[in-house]
Design a protein around this ligand. Sequence first.
Ligand SMILES: Nc1ncnc2c1ncn2[C@@H]1O[C@H](COP(=O)(O)OP(=O)(O)OP(=O)(O)O)[C@@H](O)[C@H]1O
Length: 262
Amino acid sequence: MTPNPAPPLLHATGITMRFGGLTAVRAVDLTVHPDEILGLIGPNGAGKTTLFNCLTGLYTPDEGTITYAGKPLPTRPHLVTRIGIARTFQNIRLFPNMTVLENVLVGRHTRTHEGLLSALLRTPAHHRAEHTSRQHATELLEFTGLTRKSDHLARNLPYGEQRKLEIARALASEPGLLLLDEPTAGMNPQETRATEHLVHAIRARGTAVLVIEHDMRFIFNLCDRVAVLVQGQKLTEGTPTTVQADPRVIAAYLGTPEEDPR
Ligand SMILES: Nc1ncnc2c1ncn2[C@@H]1O[C@H](COP(=O)(O)OP(=O)(O)OP(=O)(O)O)[C@@H](O)[C@H]1O
């Protein structure tokens, strides 16, 4: 008997999301496998962020089903985080007046179970949980290269490091799947390259990644598979090589074949 193949980590079928008369996402199927890096590309307004919002409980799709690790996706964002899906946002959403370390500790709260009373009474259980959280946050700052900035206020970090901090904070919830919405927006080529390495390292830790990005070079270097959304519908998906060579993608998104698809 052949063993069952590993079930998909995230499985979305027939996702449709409307805003009044506008259908932003139409009957989209999307699957992310464990340990996979999947890219989601498409022209402006194609519905990429709307789909992310459906996958993270910010929106409830009008149609379709989503499962994570075989179970239906909860309908509230914090519960989605708790079951193992974390995300970053297109517009950075840090706590600007908290330190870098504190921002990561905030991201950890879905993994701590100590109640308010325990915190107020400063029980031994609370101290242990706090110690573990700090250790984990410190390790994540090292992992993302932000150790030296641990005590800096988030608002004083350069833009590229703020994006890294968002990723560190998302990782603090120990996700099985990380969704990145335009992680290299506003970065210089060196920072973009560093982000590519960071995403590979995240996958090596056992976290699958779904990433929206307009930088084609980044996407095609990074991803195992790429899905293409156009006007709310999935045009195609496949390996970077297949997608890059698909004339429909070139026509819809990448410009004419003569252009450098960057
Ligand atoms: N909250 C909303 N209310 C109404 N319309 C919305 C809302 N969010 C998105 N839209 C519309 O849905 C469509 C898809 O938008 P979305 O932001 O998902 O696209 P996108 O592919 O992420 O675009 P971009 O690459 O520019 O970020 C657009 O026409 C957008 O104007």
